[in-house]
Design a binder for this molecule. Structure first.
Ligand code: 13P
Length: 252
């Protein structure tokens, strides 16, 4: 199975209904006019917009995902949303372990792993995020940190069909400071090697590893040309129809 590039937009906490719907329908309209798209597309809106975005992109092939989920199916967890609820609302994917969740909500690798396992149990694809801080990079710990986060956060039962890895260096998120293609490829190649050891060559060869961190319409082509970069998890540039569509046209 050849890996098919995935352009995933993480809208984070941006957009009121009118913005989200304009973005979703703008993307859907363009996507519908493309007969031979080479890249899969996913949008991850804020929870409150998911239902409407699912309707807005219907028939376009664009998939919809959540930005987080709880680790259990239901219960007394005020403010949380379960993977089963996301699935029921029309989601196919959910992001877990984004660095903003790890930092703002104290999520550890164990928590991220449990959330990813809930996603799998609910029938969603888990997008498992990892990435080093600038301090860790400067201290020469990049590969160690990412290895530890990968092995600690991967769900039991991970396959190429149910799990996607996203490498997002924290220092590149929202800063306009992108990892160079070589910096990103170095980490992605290490991650692929770890996946071989953990899951076997077949699964590792097929599993998508996305890059995230200031990916935009200008730098996407160079990043996506790297052997082990299989797509992007895109924040700011995914909020503009034209930029996100350009990224989706940047597959090698
Ligand atoms: P930016 O593309 O805005 O840097 O955000 C990346 C990100 O965090 C996607 O999850």
């Amino acid at each position: 199975m050849a890996r098919r590039i995935l352009a995933a937009g993480n809208w984070k906490m941006n957009g009121l209904q009118a913005d989200g719907l304009a973005l979703a329908s703008g993307l859907a309209a363009q996507r519908k006019s493309e007969s031979n798209a080479k890249v899969d597309m996913l949008v991850c809106p804020p929870f409150v917009l998911i239902s409407k975005v699912v309707d807005a992109v219907a028939g376009s092939g664009i998939m919809v995902g959540g930005q987080d989920c709880h680790m259990t199916e239901k219960g007394a967890h005020t403010g949380d949303t379960s993977a089963w609820m996301l699935k029921d609302t029309g989601c196919t994917h959910v992001i877990v372990g984004h660095s903003e969740r790890r930092t703002n909500h104290g999520e550890t690798d164990d928590v991220v792993k449990a959330k990813a396992e809930a996603a799998l149990a609910a029938g969603l694809v888990a997008i498992v995020c990892i990435g080093e801080t600038l301090e860790e990079r400067d201290a020469g710990k990049t590969l160690d940190v990412n290895r530890r986060q990968l092995l600690g956060s991967l769900p039991d039962g991970a396959t190429a069909a149910n799990t996607v890895v996203a490498y997002e260096p924290v220092w590149a998120i929202g800063t306009g400071r992108t990892a160079t293609p070589e910096q990103a490829q170095e980490v992605h190649a290490m991650l692929r090697g770890e996946l071989v050891g953990k899951l076997g060559q077949g699964i590792a060869d097929d599993m998508l590893i996305l890059y995230g961190g200031s990916m935009n319409a200008k730098n996407a082509k160079e990043l996506l040309a790297q052997t082990d970069i299989d797509g992007g998890l895109i924040g700011g540039a995914a909020l503009k129809v034209d930029d996100f569509m350009t990224i989706s046209h940047s597959a090698p």
